[in-house]
Design a binder for this molecule. Sequence first.
Ligand code: GAL
Length: 420
Amino acid sequence: MKKLMSLALVLSLVLGVASIALAQGPSGELEIFSWWAGDEGPALEALIARFAEMYPDVEVVNATVTGGSGVNARAVLKTRMLGGDPPDSFQVHAGQELIGTWVIADRMEDLTFLFEENGWMDKYPAGLLDLMSTDEGIWSVPVNIHRSNVLWYVPANLAEWGVEVPTNWAEFLAVCPTIQAAGVTPLSLGENWTVNHLWESVALAELGVDGWNALWDGSKAWTDADVVAMWDTFGQILDCTNDDAASLSWQQATDMVVNGTAAFNVMGDWAAGYMVTTLGLEPGEGFGWAASPGTDGVFMMLSDAFGLPVGAPNRDATVAWLAFVGSAEGQDIFNPLKGSIPAHLDGDVTNADLYNAYLQSAAADWASNTVVGSLVHGAVAPELFSSNFATVMEIFLSSRDATATSNAAAAVALQSGIGD
Ligand code: GAL
């Protein structure tokens, strides 16, 4: 009897300790690595603030490396990953950017278990799940859907200048001299990656959906006549941009539209996040939007996501972070501030108190448009191609030679294994 009682005592002690451990949940430092610094920070900061309420024993380190589109952050991440010093989790684009770099190098954990545990297998659009997966697993948790191909303007300024929103690049080029004659930059542009960003909208318009997709499955040659012609059109468009582009951030290029020194800007819809959350503008009044010229009915998507690197110092806290990032609650905190729409299908995107008029229209387009992937933001090509594309662009900018540029792009595509 005595023996039985002491066994019961030991058991209840063990169970008690176990349930305290469970109730305690994860603890310790959790390093979240991203390029959402400064003006880009509010959405992530709000997400972290709620996570901190849910997990008071976790101390989140919000580690940012400034620089639009993650050009700088990815370089720092590469050094850390190769040096065996991964952050607990890092921002990455869903698609080839992660798969073609860190998944094929066996540096990421398969997150299928997390999708199953959280019932997410049918809570994300099938196309997005495909983008994040290989036959071996699911590699990231998406927090949003952003759109790359958006043209921004200020409706009152266009009305004053008598300028219509161009529906294709020929219309834009036709109105470019009129805008220039008014002393206004027709199309504002920023530092180098924003040139590539503009390019992907132009290429989509000029090659069409099939042509764009064919570049990435290797069934279309970069040396085809329509690709060469597209570079020429791109050059004419660049002649309608500001001379100081190289010294401006994407936010400063957006500012040019807002303050009336430029008529248009092509940028992803984080620009809507910036104009609403940072500048306090009202969508439709303070700024207007349209699909970038020639791309109406097409949604060039990208998705910001987080992954779990092999050897993450605080795996338990990272799993809790990923579960929160992928939840409808987390996404409804993050996206209204970020200028993006939730990837999770239960996101409350029809709630107009939460998601503003721009985001409502993005959600409607996402649901009804033809969806293609972004090059610059990691969806369609491995990082080897995207980073070498910078050299292709330099060749074009310094030579304006469409044929030489197309040849260089073809060589980079071959080296990067596109179409293999
Ligand atoms: C993109 C990213 C967006 C935004 C943008 C500008 O690559 O997906 O969330 O941060 O860069 O930096």
